[in-house]
Design a protein around this ligand. Structure first.
Ligand code: EPU
Length: 418
């Protein structure tokens, strides 16, 4: 197993090209199951999670090939409808095959994901939604065995709270249902807009893109897609925060500045300057960091996937910062590791109170989940001395060549065998 070693204290300078979004690539790969034939996906990040999703599609009978960032996925011959426990336990997003398999094959057997490091993360909204579309399911040896007689039937579904993957799953089921489906209180994350564009390009009829109400007029069949994955806004945000932590000046290319409305205001207030240009962002920090408060919210609010990284940044200010996590009940696993680096953070329920100490010190720390790992990398880049992060497979799940990208802007960071 590899570890990451960082010698902190180098300001970052140069240019980084942002990769395609993990959380768009995963549902879009699943959407290829909806229409038989070759689909072309561009700007696909090369991640452990995208590889896992491709392994899952392969197990269902699909074939794929990669040429750089372009994936061709041929789903002409599907022969299976099961997502095994072995795959689902390593990646919860595997549950996204439920909608496409039910729409195409009328049957799906998907392992229940179980809990994970950041919370319980049930899939009851997915299952209730499909039930409303006429799907019946039973639990069998830890698997959800779902089936529908013929096509699903359109219905009005209202989520208790906006769920990203439940919105995507129902969307992928409803495009081939009989009649109209309306999803109310739908999630509005930009990755869902990317999925809507792909599905409409395949011949689906979805209205309401970007809003909290999606109306889907079911169609009889879809054709293969050609679509570009949107830039990864969480990777973008991670680099912006990293430059805030180390100081220096970096230009991010291949990004979409419109996708992070809530982050720029917070970074600006913290003393990190971000300038937007068509598909670029320029970020720099010269003066001291100021403390800001953060509360995670569904899009367009502050993303939970940047909470851990922002907490590392706040440890480097000299003020008091209140960070409130409203999406997941257990997403403060990075706090204990940041303590090892000299941070002063107190957890009180869903909030963390960060007393910025102005600096961090290198230490041996352990990655616990994907975004927590990113926060430890940021802390290590800014810390005095050497930081060693173990269990880096978490990072490999969601960041395409993080170490290489950071090295090219001057970070002293490398991978080593543990
Ligand atoms: N929820 C339920 N029941 C459900 C579904 C969700 O109670 O059936 C709850 C969750 O427990 C949570 C809230 O609803 O409290 C919102 O969770 P959501 O369903 O939106 O999360 P998700 O779809 O499982 C996606 C991303 C996560 C990201 C969240 C929130 C993908 C593949 N995953 O998860 O990404 O944190 O939305 O934005 O899109 C990551 O990339 O590190 C990551 C965890």
């Amino acid at each position: 197993m590899d570890k990451i070693v960082i010698e902190g204290g180098e300001p970052l300078r140069g240019e980084i090209a942002v990769s395609g979004a993990k959380n768009a690539a995963l549902p879009l790969i699943c959407a290829c199951l909806l229409a038989p034939g070759p689909h072309v996906l561009e700007n696909v990040p090369d991640l452990r999670d995208t590889r896992t999703m491709l392994a899952l599609l392969e197990a269902l009978g699909a074939a794929w090939q990669r040429d750089g960032a372009t994936l061709i996925i041929d789903t002409a011959n599907l022969h299976g409808f099961e997502a095994s426990y072995e795959l689902v336990k390593t990646m919860r997003a595997s549950v996204l095959v439920l909608g496409p398999l039910l729409a195409r094959m009328g049957r799906a057997r998907v392992s229940l994901p179980g809990g994970c490091a950041i919370g319980a993360r049930p899939i009851n909204f997915h299952l209730q939604g499909f039930q409303q579309l006429g799907v019946s399911h039973q639990l069998d040896q830890g698997y959800v065995d779902a089936s529908v007689d013929g096509r699903m039937t359109g219905a009005t579904i209202c989520f208790d709270i906006p769920s990203v993957t439940a919105t995507e799953n129902i969307l992928m089921g409803a495009v081939l249902a009989r009649g109209e489906t309306v999803i109310k209180n739908a999630a509005r994350e930009p990755e869902i807009g990317n999925l809507v564009d792909m599905l409409n390009g395949m011949g689906a009829r979805i209205k309401g893109r970007g809003s909290d109400t999606l109306a889907i007029e079911g169609v009889g069949r879809l054709r293969p897609a050609r679509i570009r994955i949107v830039p990864d806004r969480i990777e973008t945000g991670t680099f912006l925060i990293a430059v805030g932590a180390t100081g220096g000046e970096v230009t991010l290319t291949n990004c979409d500045p419109a996708l992070l409305p809530s982050l720029y205001a917070k970074l600006g207030a913290a003393g990190v300057a971000v300038r937007e240009e068509a598909d670029r962002l320029h970020v720099s920090r010269r003066g001291p960091l100021r403390a800001v408060d953060i509360k995670t919210m569904p899009f367009p609010g502050f993303p939970t996937d940047l909470q851990a990284q922002m907490m590392a940044l706040m440890c480097l200010s000299n003020g008091l910062s209140l960070i409130t996590e409203t999406i997941f009940e257990n997403r403060f696993m990075h706090v204990a590791e940041l303590h090892r680096m000299g941070a002063d953070i107190r957890i009180d329920g869903h909030s963390a109170i960060v007393s910025g100490t102005g600096k961090l010190r290198g230490a041996k720390v352990m990655a616990t989940d994907l975004r927590a790992s990113a926060s430890l990398v940021i802390a290590g880049l800014a810390a005095e001395g050497v930081t060693e992060i173990s269990r880096v497979y978490h990072l490999d799940r969601g960041y395409d060549d993080l170490v290489g990208k950071l090295r090219r802007v001057g970070a002293q960071i490398y991978r080593a065998a543990e």
